[in-house]
Write a protein that binds this ligand. Structure first.
Ligand SMILES: C[S@@+](CC[C@H](N)C(=O)[O-])C[C@H]1O[C@@H](n2cnc3c(N)ncnc32)[C@H](O)[C@@H]1O
Length: 232
């Protein structure tokens, strides 16, 4: 990864959910690229601006391979304004249940509005919380963690993975969407490559980790990975 790539990242403003301090405070945190609006368009199916230079169909495509079928009880960690909650809701459909967790209450209000508008048959519970601490969740069939684990420094990340593993039913699965890079920057402070993820997941007790999808993003290459929890 070259420094030039990092410069590109800074110019385009990756941190759509945690605006760098002092940057344009009038822009909402809902997937708006506030440094450089080039390429913004509307999502055809949700009416929301694209996030990460992608639209709703791209989000669905990234996680589709890890979602076994309709229904189920899921959580979206660091859900933000709901780009991947919308994708998950699209995939699990009516009867599915999602707890959308974020410490950003305003983002979760936006998420709730978007989900109610586009997937009213999916039960969504917004939960303002820090997912690195124990949470009161039902046993989960699956967890999505998209563009959020890279905010956790290694010791906290390992603690979170232990909690995530414990929150899943045997045979449940964790879907991670991350930039497949090794060096951090102010907006993606603690990234990890897919190879590193395989090791981290195994150490946390997950089995059969596999790469689901890759997508070149406008900023950095984005990938999704699935790590199932072993059956009892
Ligand atoms: C870059 S945004 C990603 C949002 C969404 N998953 C997406 O891909 O569009 C990262 C989100 O993780 C949340 N987050 C980071 N650390 C968290 C923590 N420990 N507990 C809860 N939310 C956290 C932030 O508040 C932010 O909304």
């Amino acid at each position: 990864m070259t420094d030039r790539t990092w410069e590109g990242d800074r110019r385009e403003g990756y941190a759509l959910c945690q605006p760098p301090q002092g940057r344009n405070p009038t822009v909402s945190a809902t997937g708006v690229f506030w440094y450089d609006g080039a390429g913004e368009r509307r999502r055809p199916s949700t009416g929301h601006r694209e996030a990460h230079g992608m639209d709703h169909a791209d989000h669905v495509a990234l996680i589709r391979g890890g979602v076994p079928g309709p229904g189920g009880t899921w959580a979206d960690l660091g859900a933000g304004a709901g780009a991947f909650t919308l994708a998950l809701a699209d995939l699990i459909g009516a009867g599915g249940r999602i707890t959308a967790i974020d410490r950003d209450e305003r983002a979760l209000r936006q998420l709730a509005t978007a989900l109610a508008a586009h997937f009213p048959a999916v039960t969504v519970r917004p939960l303002v919380a820090d997912y690195t601490r124990p949470l009161d969740l039902p046993p989960l069939d699956g967890i999505v963690a998209a563009n959020t684990l890279h905010f956790l420094p290694p010791p906290t990340r390992e603690t979170a993975l232990t909690l995530i593993h414990a929150a899943l039913r045997p045979g449940g699965r964790l879907i991670v969407v991350e930039y497949n890079i090794a060096r951090g920057n102010p907006w993606v402070p603690h990234p990890f490559t897919y190879d590193t993820w395989e090791t981290m997941a195994r150490q946390a007790g997950f089995v059969g980790t596999r790469l689901l999808a890759r997508r070149p993003s406008r900023t950095l290459p984005l990938s999704s990975w699935q790590s199932p929890r072993a059956r009892a």
